[in-house]
Design a protein around this ligand. Structure first.
Ligand code: ADE
Length: 236
């Protein structure tokens, strides 16, 4: 696979910590309150940014990155809540596509999802070659039985509700939920830059989600970092 600079984005410090520990950083630029670390990691030119939690900050970080650096692909790495029965805590989901689950109309009868204002069908599709590379690296890292591909649902909410996680499964056929992926994906689409979102499950987005998140976030975030590093090594 041909590589230029690979842009790596995450939401929380723990989601980039082990990569920054291994990377050789030549420069750090602060843009709009976010640090962009420029250097080499696993034989690839990279720019790494921990852009913050939620759709607004992650989109702002992605836009700044794509404006300022010659990024040929974007990898989002981090943790998520598992949706449905297929995935367990510490399993990995590689997104095939992403949707903003909180985008739409608030009406008399409640919320109705609709992509109408976006001028799109609401689904952002990940790059096939990056998805394949991510799956290979994930299988090597956590074992093939723990790697799933499918739709990720993104919204500005930490989901810790049986009823809502069931809605995400039924409405979108999602297999994971998080707070940034679809926002970064939408920005990458606007810039015409291929992207993939890699998430390791810290919880099941249910009534036990907060407790599980607190216990598993570090290990899950690190698994996702190791997958990204495997991908970079495979791109050489
Ligand atoms: N990230 C990790 N777990 C999550 C959850 N349950 N909801 C949203 N984002 C998450």
């Amino acid at each position: 696979m041909e590589t230029g600079t690979i842009g790596i984005i995450s939401a929380m410090p723990v989601e980039v910590a082990s990569m920054l520990g291994k990377a050789s950083i030549s420069r750090t630029d602060r843009i709009g309150g976010t640090d962009f670390h420029v250097g080499r990691l696993c034989g690839a030119d990279v720019v790494i940014a921990q852009a913050g939690i939620g759709k607004a900050l992650s989109a702002a970080g992605a836009a700044a990155m794509l404006c300022r650096y010659p990024v040929s692909s974007v990898i989002f790495t981090g943790i998520a809540g598992g949706v449905g029965d297929r995935t367990r805590v510490l399993d990995v989901v590689i997104a095939t596509d992403l949707v903003q689950h909180d985008y739409g109309f608030q009406e008399q009868n409640g919320f109705r999802w609709s992509p109408e204002f976006s001028g799109t069908d609401g689904y952002s599709v990940c790059d096939g070659a990056l998805v394949r590379l991510a799956c290979e690296a994930a299988a090597e890292t956590v074992g093939p039985g723990h790697v799933f591909t499918g739709r990720i649902a993104t919204g500005d909410q930490f989901v810790a509700s049986e009823a809502y996680v069931k809605y995400l499964q039924e409405q979108f056929d999602a297999i994971a939920c998080e707070m940034e992926g679809a926002a970064v994906a939408a920005v990458c689409e606007q810039y015409g830059v291929p992207f993939v979102v890699i998430r390791c499950m810290s919880d099941k987005a249910d009534g036990n989600a907060t407790e599980s998140f607190e216990k598993m976030a570090g290990t899950a975030a690190d698994n996702s970092c190791r997958i990204v590093m495997g991908m970079l090594a495979g791109m050489r």
